[in-house]
Design a protein around this ligand. Structure first.
Ligand code: C2E
Ligand code: CA
Ligand code: CA
Length: 650
């Protein structure tokens, strides 16, 4: 036999005739001793006819026994060899039938030349029917390359092949997982092929599959989790290689989810997530993929897109389905979601697409509820810049890099400054002078808005009071802008009180400017803060009026003193008839409500003339003055008595 290891493996455990305990001594040595005994008897027994006769009888008997023993030994050896090597042998068949492992023999062309009966039972085939079949008929098509590869390795390199897992296909179509070990017995004439020993592991594989599923899926929604989503994006990028079609990654984040969770409880939150997951899945094509990335954030992978437009359409569709009313625990909620889109570009990786989609989603969020934004490189640059600005801004106050400019607010009839608006600037050590739009959003994102806002109030009140002291004949009031975070925090009441106290400025000389959207924030605390501020005796202005809400009823509800008409109205005065009519309407309405009107962004004499005709009281704009540093402001008051009209219009 060519491979003794195999011989022992197959036959060793089931040595024949276990009932017989005698070893080789029993079988061979005993009969040998008998003739020896006879010989001794012949030599020892005294000569004589009776003695010789007895000697011959004993010798004949011993010879007979020896012949019998030799015959049995020879027979036994032959049988052992046959059991071990010839598949057709009854014992071999019996051993294989009861062996826990299964075996099949494959020839050099992948044909099956032998299948053990147990293997046949397992795959639901008669062993004889399998002989002549191809391994491709038995092995799962996806695993066939694995087997052919292993056969090739064994054939070419004559090296040991490590055990590997395979799927076999049963006759009824079901799948059987086996752990396989391949050995080369081609040189054994009795086998003449590769032997595949397989051990069933279907149950182990089922447990493994459950563990893998758990590691890669979200337990609540059963959607793929972030890890699997990342992998799928990677795979999609690899498959796409060289193809012109687009691939998009979408990030969807539910607006105000935290509020639902905090106020209605986690059970409602979970049900909401589950329903949203179902709705998202309902919008996708079979090849697309939805995943839950964590919390209230979902990812969507769109493959093979004809254009970017399709990705935007899908994103809008998602926003719409999320916004449909949801029945949860007896409540009906209307939720919204924002979606960020990242599209494949040159050198895109799964990580970069996920990061870009996340950034676009944040951009969408900053625009309000239910928004969609597509990532563009400028967004990324902006984000990077914001990160470094954030670190710098934390030190800006201490390093005295912030300062205020003052833009005169002018009486349109006389052209004289009656107030100024404090406008913040930042002298950045590397970037030069930065305008508020460039750094205030960063301050809003961090906890820096309160100290900065407090500093602006202090500085502006001190400056206004200094001007009033120096130019008592020209009593200027001062306008200070407030952001929504300042209002929400409520501490602004204390800050205003302190700024007035420290500067000695009469409260009536301080105007606090709030935009419409800030004023109308639907929070109890914001409304309470507005009233507390008013109780201090200050005046309240609505900034950028006309750009926020269409409803004007709030003007009657809130203690507003001044309306600042947004500069977009003023810009449209000359050219857009409808805009002019609207501006006229606003001025009349403010009059009836006994409010002061300030027109913002007056840049031309034509605009000034128009506003004068409309009966607008006050204005502000580059036509009169750019925002001025404290010295320039004082110079204006000292030398021109606050006269801001250009000489040609005076
Ligand atoms: P805003 O309150 O509407 O301030 C007026 C803005 O319009 C100022 O821009 C001013 O320079 C600009 N402006 C004035 N006249 C004209 C004009 O004739 N034409 C044009 N095109 N623009 C004109 P600035 O200083 O860049 O301020 C931008 C915004 O930043 C302000 O808008 C205000 O909302 C905010 N802001 C400025 N300073 C502060 C501050 O101290 N605190 C807070 N919370 N916000 C501030
Ligand atoms: Ca303002
Ligand atoms: Ca404004």
């Amino acid at each position: 036999m060519g491979n003794s290891r195999v011989k022992h493996q197959r036959c060793g455990p089931a040595a024949p005739r276990p009932r017989r305990r005698r070893g080789p001594t029993d079988v061979v040595c005993l009969p040998l001793f008998l003739p020896l005994g006879a010989l001794v008897a012949l030599l020892v027994i005294p000569s004589g006819s009776v003695g010789v006769a007895w000697g011959w009888v004993l010798a004949a008997w011993a010879g007979l026994l020896m012949a019998l023993a030799l015959w049995r030994l020879a027979r036994r050896r032959t049988a052992r060899y046959r059991w071990a090597t010839i598949p057709g042998d009854r014992l071999f068949q019996s051993l294989l039938r009861h062996a826990p492992d299964l075996a099949l023999v494959i020839d050099g062309h992948g044909g099956i030349t032998y299948l053990s009966p147990a293997a046949g039972r397992l795959v639901g085939l008669e062993p004889n029917d399998c002989v002549g079949m191809d391994t491709a008929d038995l092995v799962h098509p996806e695993d066939l390359p694995l087997l052919t590869g292993a056969l090739r390795d064994l054939e070419e390199e004559d090296a040991a092949v490590l055990p590997f897992d395979l799927r076999l296909q049963r006759a009824d179509g079901s799948i059987l997982w086996v752990e396989s070990k391949l050995s080369d017995l081609r040189e054994d004439p009795a086998v003449a092929g590769f032997v595949l020993n397989v051990h069933e592991i279907t149950q182990r594989k089922a447990i493994e599959a459950k563990l893998v599923h758990q590691a890669l899926h979200d337990p609540l929604t059963a959607l793929p989790n972030r890890l699997l989503f990342h992998r799928r994006v990677e795979e999609a990028l690899a498959v796409r290689n060289g193809r012109p079609r687009l691939l998009a990654v979408l990030f969807l984040d539910i607006d105000d989810f935290k509020t639902v969770n905090d106020t209605l409880g986690h059970a409602v939150g979970d049900e909401l997530l589950l329903k949203v997951a179902l709705r998202i899945n309902g919008c996708l094509r079979p090849d697309d993929l939805a995943a839950r990335l964590g919390g209230d954030e979902f990812g969507v992978l769109l493959v093979d897109l004809p254009s970017m437009h399709t990705a935007v359409q899908v994103a809008r569709g998602l926003v719409e389905v999320v916004a449909q009313p949801l029945a949860l625990h007896g409540l009906t909620l209307t939720m919204h979601a924002c979606v960020g889109i990242a599209l494949t570009n040159e050198g895109a990786s799964a990580a970069s697409l996920l990061r870009d989609a996340d950034m676009a989603m944040r951009q969408a969020k900053s625009q309000g509820k239910g928004q969609v934004a597509v990532f563009d490189a400028a967004l990324q640059n902006g984000a990077l810049q914001r990160l470094s600005l954030r670190a710098d801004l934390a030190n800006a106050l201490a390093r005295r890099e912030l300062f205020l400019h003052y833009q005169p607010i002018v009486e349109l009839g006389s052209g004289r400054a009656v107030a100024t608006e404090a406008l913040l600037r930042w002298q950045h050590p590397q970037l030069g002078t930065l305008l508020p739009d460039e750094f205030l959003p960063v301050a809003e994102e961090t906890r820096l808005m309160r100290p900065i806002g407090r500093w602006v109030l202090e500085r502006a009140c001190l400056q206004a009071q200094a001007c009033r002291a120096r130019f008592p004949g020209q009593p200027l009031s001062i306008s200070v802008n407030l952001t929504s975070t300042q209002l929400d925090e409520g501490a602004v009441v204390e800050d205003v009180e302190r700024a007035l106290e420290n500067s000695g400025l009469p409260p009536a000389c301080l105007v606090l400017e709030l935009t419409e959207s800030t004023l109308l924030r639907d929070t109890q605390s914001a409304a309470a803060t507005v009233h507390s501020l008013k109780e201090l005796g200050i005046r309240l202005a609505v900034d950028d009026f006309g750009t926020g809400y269409c409803s004007l009823s709030y003007l009657q509800r809130l203690p507003v003193d001044v309306l600042k008409i947004d500069r977009s109205f003023v810009a449209g005065l000359g050219s857009d008839g409808r805009q002019a009519k609207l501006t006229e309407g606003i001025v009349q309405m403010a009059r009836t409500l006994d409010m002061q009107i300030i027109a913002e962004g007056i840049e031309s004499s034509g605009q000034l003339a128009h506003l004068r005709r409309l009966g607008c009281d006050l204005g502000q704009g580059y036509l009169f003055s750019y925002p001025l540093g404290p010295e320039d402001l004082e110079d204006l008051l000292a030398t021109r008595h606050g006269e801001c009209l250009p000489a040609s219009l005076a």
